[in-house]
Design a protein around this ligand. Structure first.
Ligand SMILES: [Zn+2]
Length: 215
């Protein structure tokens, strides 16, 4: 029961039609979907399937499960109209792309550091790094300036499959490259400017929160 991942073919696809493969209570599996399931630190998509609100999208044992707010009246074999909450998803894509760029400049200013966790939704990206001591505020300000200067350059963002590791996708933008399975904007111009904030979630870990400057 493999669902076709439309969000990889076209991350800008907001509306699509699909066939229902399975309904289990308020959980739905489709033959194809543009709903990104939570993973790789990126929040799952919300939206509407067959007129019913989708509260979250998850992946379980490799199967993409749409979690509806109520059990639907449609059943397996039905064709349904689907729509993701595009504005929310686009903000997630902008913040996810921005976080990769922020990380590049963070390491350039402060040296290699291991990312030990990350999460991005439509409000912010938070990335956690193994770091002894406190991220210096003046350096973080410079990282923010570096990031915003780079974003304003209107750099193209590309995603390609890794030829050596099936299923792994490589994200790249100018000199920056990393594996990532998430959804991203096509150009840094779509992101605008960002603001960085330091948090300390616990010993030996420093967190950088990235938000859109327009908020
Ligand atoms: Zn990523």
């Amino acid at each position: 029961m493999e669902t076709e991942k439309l969000y990889h073919e076209d991350p800008y696809l907001g509306e699509f039609e699909a066939m229902v493969l399975r309904v289990d209570g308020n959980e739905v599996v489709l033959d194809r979907t543009a709903f990104y399931p939570e993973g790789g630190g990126q929040a799952g998509d919300t939206g509407v399937i067959g007129g019913v609100r989708v509260a979250d999208t998850q992946i379980r044992d490799g199967i993409i499960v749409h979690i509806l707010e109520a059990p639907p009246s449609f059943t397996a074999g039905d064709r349904v109209e689907c729509r993701i909450d595009w504005e929310r998803r686009h903000r997630i894509m902008r913040l996810h792309s921005a976080a990769h760029i922020m990380e590049f400049f963070l390491r350039r200013r402060l040296g290699e550091m291991e990312r030990v966790g990350s999460h991005v939704d439509d409000r912010k990206d938070r990335s956690d790094y193994a770091y002894e001591g406190r991220l210096p505020a003046d350096e973080l300000k410079k990282v923010e300036e570096d990031t915003n200067r780079f974003l304003a350059e209107g750099r193209e963002i590309r995603i390609r499959p890794d030829p050596e590791r099936p299923g792994i996708r490589i994200w790249s933008c100018g000199p920056i490259e990393m594996p990532c399975g998430g959804t991203h904007v096509r150009s840094t111009r779509e992101i605008g400017a960002v603001r960085l904030r330091r948090r300390n979630p616990g010993r030996g870990v420093e967190r950088v929160e990235t938000t859109l400057a327009e908020d």
